[in-house]
Write a protein that binds this ligand. Structure first.
Ligand code: GDG
Length: 478
């Protein structure tokens, strides 16, 4: 696959495949099951696209290859780059800062230098592979400088950027010593997409204040004649795919098996999250355990299944979180469980998609309580799997998904008492009430699926005019 000249290039921190060992012991690749792959795969196929990303690890140089008909170009990262760009600036600085300072971000100049050089390498690779006039779609917070770097190398390209996590208010973003460089990095794109309108508004306001460009509503007018649009494109899931998986015989059987293994309690509560401090796992388990301690729930009637998928295990704050949750679960089960009846069934592991669907099918109350979340696909996946219109969703107001899933039991995850009453209401709700809410949410999720998301982004991107033809004066800084 040499000299690729692609009409569509996807740039993301990770490739959509995982390294696996094949039956004969040689290394191979398996498509990773994430939502982004499902979303972009059809667009990739339709446009014969190429995906640039890091395959994980710090292996020697890998050649471009094809997997499942997708052209993939692996980017090597050195150990120092993994520590500086990925674990450092992306996950130690940007991630907590963009999530409302749920943890304290660290600012280190060497992390920033590494972020710049990795972004440059990704931009150079995209510039090398993109055909004349091609479209390049850059993804997420690890790659915010790529649009501008790429624009300088290849002014002929149409460049889109999509941020999967929240874009913070100016008051927080301004802490960043490199705030201006990041804003200018994003302005290399023609279209900058966010999960929610609030993120797009925060961005435009910052561009006006900090970079001094003229703006009008969702548009930024650049002195070079380009227009940049900032808009919301709430991401979604392959709703039909999840529903048909949930309806399948093996998944139905597995859901039954799960309930039996749990001792057939009256109601199963479920949480599924990457083990991340933004997800609010600790507070939700505490709220649930207090309901048992207070006598509102009984371990014979209710069990909480918490799946915590291992994540960013090299980062100190994630190790601390894991220890805290381990201790909390141990204490709750020690204090409140009975033989064969733990209050919390805790699993620190990742599972195949079918197992996820079986868990969604087995759960009566899905509990999604992040302190801040760009969207939260787990909430939408649960809804997609509830084809009988049963089941209750308890959802944080601070997840992007709360904008669309208004009929969930919405909670403020900082308010433990509020969470306790929402959990209890969801537990006690009658069939008519849960059905009414679930029906409405299912309509939303089925109508706005991930294919619609990708289509609307690509359509908007192709509709941005080349030049606004306006004489632009810088905006007054406020
Ligand atoms: C970021 C933003 C935004 C989880 N465990 C397993 C597994 N998963 C899948 C879920 C879901 C995805 O991973 C997780 O997506 P979320 O949206 O819940 O959260 P983040 O990972 O933080 O994602 C988020 C998202 O990007 C998309 O823009 O919504 O706000 O933070 O699809 O099903 N999949 C499998 N096994 C597991 O054990 N197969």
């Amino acid at each position: 696959m040499s000299n690729v000249s692609a009409d569509l290039v996807i740039v993301a921190n990770r490739l959509p495949v995982d390294r696996v060992e094949q039956a004969d012991g040689t290394p191979g690749w398996r498509t990773s099951p994430g939502g982004l792959v499902t979303a972009i795969e059809p667009v990739m196929r339709a446009n014969d696209g190429t995906w640039i990303g890091w395959p994980g690890g710090t292996d020697a140089e890998l050649e471009p290859f094809e997997a499942d008909g997708m052209k993939l170009v692996p980017m090597t990262m050195t150990q120092a780059e993994v520590e500086g760009h990925y674990e450092g600036f992306s996950n130690g600085t940007l991630w907590p800062l963009y999530h409302d300072l749920v943890a304290k971000p660290e600012f280190h100049r060497e992390w920033w230098d590494s972020y710049v050089s990795v972004n440059r390498r990704f931009a150079e690779k995209a510039a090398e592979l993109a055909a004349e006039g091609a479209t390049v779609w850059v993804h997420d917070y690890q790659m915010q400088l790529v649009p501008q770097m790429l624009r300088e190398l290849r002014p002929d390209l149409r460049i889109g950027f999509y941020l999967h996590i929240p874009f913070p208010p100016a008051e927080l973003f301004q802490q960043l010593p490199w705030r201006r460089q990041l804003l200018e990095g994003l302005l290399g794109a023609d279209l900058v997409g966010f999960q929610l309108p609030g993120g797009a508004q925060n961005f435009v306001r910052l561009v006006r204040q900090r970079v001094g460009h003229k703006t009008h509503r969702d548009l930024v007018y650049l002195p070079d004649g380009r227009t940049v649009r900032a808009a919301a494109f709430p991401i979604s899931i392959d709703a039909a795919g999840f529903e048909s998986m949930a309806r399948s015989e093996p998944v139905a059987a597995r859901a039954e098996e799960i309930r039996t293994a749990l001792g057939n309690p009256r109601k199963v509560f479920l949480g599924i999250d990457r083990l991340d401090y933004t997800k609010g796992i600790y507070a939700r388990l505490r709220a649930f355990s207090e309901l048992i301690a207070d006598g509102h729930l009984d371990v014979e009637d209710a069990v909480f299944v918490q799946v915590a998928v291992p994540s960013r295990e090299q980062v100190e704050q994630y190790r601390i979180l894991r220890d805290e949750i381990d201790r909390l679960v141990g204490r709750i089960n020690g204090d409140l469980g009975r033989i064969g009846r733990p209050a919390i069934s805790y699993l620190h592991s990742s599972y195949p998609r079918e197992e996820m669907a079986a868990l969604y099918r087995a759960a009566d109350v899905m509990v999604v309580t992040p302190y801040r979340d760009g969207m939260n696909l787990v909430a939408k996946e649960y809804v997609a799997c509830r084809f009988e219109d049963t089941g209750a969703l308890v959802l944080s107001e601070f997840a992007g998904a709360a904008d669309e899933l208004r009929q969930a039991w919405l909670v403020n995850p900082y308010d433990i008492n509020g969470m306790k009453s929402a959990l209890l209401d969801a537990y006690r709700a009658d069939d008519r009430e849960t059905r009414r809410r679930m029906k409405a949410m299912r309509k939303t999720v089925t109508q706005n699926d991930v294919a619609a998301w990708a289509d609307s982004f690509m359509q908007e991107l192709s509709a941005i005019p080349g030049s606004h033809g306006k004489a632009v004066r810088p905006a007054k800084r406020s």
